[in-house]
Design a protein around this ligand. Structure first.
Ligand code: HEM
Length: 251
């Protein structure tokens, strides 16, 4: 029961923090319903566009949520990750696996057809990330301005899977986020998949103890993970981050 309450509380904290992250933008003055007069249909256009893409490929949901995080971590949530060109953010190594821009491009085209020149790409990405997190809904303040700067080198501050916890704390602290915020936001890994290569190196030939695994991982969990990612398997094999509910943003 206590564990259930803890999960529930933690879950609502994730929503609150995602809401907060959605507000972490360069310009001030974002609010829910920013386009209620200038483009009243924007939220329904983005939502229906996202849903139609998810129907043909549900894996785009977590991909868009992750893209929003990778956008927000560099110059704030300003859609700088969507800018094309040599040496832009999207060409940086941490962003090479980022997918889903066809969905935001499609949503942008449809919004432009209804309200030309009104809605920023940054807002479309923030709304799409909310709609892509299937299973939940939260209010997204809008009114962001699009960034004009997009440099691959600026993506160096994105968290890496090899970062020790102190480094992750430091990177999040740079945005005014504390350790609790960090743990809560990482709760977004309740949806989507990961490639084996991001953790299988900790399962085999990692240490002289613990049967070769990282001794900091629970041995029962090591066995489960080894079944999912056998040592000789291709590191690009993908496994669910949250077993049994890979497409659902649940507790
Ligand atoms: C603490 C820092 C974080 C690290 C080191 C990290 C690392 C990773 C890694 C290694 C993957 C697997 C990528 C792949 O196989 O292509 C992943 C997936 C994902 N991450 Fe994170 N992440 C972090 C924080 C976050 C945050 C804060 C969010 C969102 C608020 C997020 C959302 C996601 C999602 C939704 C996926 C699944 C993507 C998919 O299925 O396509 N991550 N993350």
């Amino acid at each position: 029961m206590m564990e259930g309450n803890y999960s529930k509380n933690k879950f609502f904290l994730v929503l609150a923090l995602l809401n907060m992250a959605a507000t972490l933008v360069k310009g001030q003055g974002t609010r829910v319903g920013f386009y209620s007069t200038s483009c009243p249909l924007v939220e329904s256009i983005v939502s229906s566009t996202v849903q139609s893409h998810l129907q043909s490929d549900p894996s785009l949901g977590p991909a868009i949520l992750k893209m929003h995080f990778h956008d927000c971590f560099v110059h704030g949530c300003d859609a700088s990750i969507l800018i094309n060109g040599p040496d832009t953010e999207k060409t940086a190594p941490p962003n090479l696996g980022v997918r889903g821009s066809e969905v935001t491009d499609d949503a942008k085209a449809q919004v432009e057809a209804t309200c030309p020149g009104v809605v920023s790409c940054a807002d479309i990405l923030a709304l799409a990330a909310r709609d892509a997190a299937k299973g939940q809904k939260w209010d997204v303040p809008t009114g962001r301005r699009d960034g004009k700067v997009s440099l691959a080198s600026d993506a160096d501050n994105l968290p890496a899977f090899t970062d020790p916890i102190e480094e992750l704390r430091r990177k999040f602290a740079a945005f005014g986020l504390n350790a609790r915020d960090l743990v809560t936001l990482v709760g977004a890994h309740t949806i989507g998949t990961t490639a084996c290569e991001f953790f299988s190196y900790r399962l085999f030939n990692f240490s002289a103890t613990s049967n070769g695994a990282d001794p900091s991982i629970n041995p029962d969990f090591v066995s489960q993970l080894r079944t999912l990612c056998p040592s000789n398997e291709d590191g690009t094999r993908r496994v669910a981050l949250d077993t049994d509910s890979v497409d659902s943003f649940d507790a």
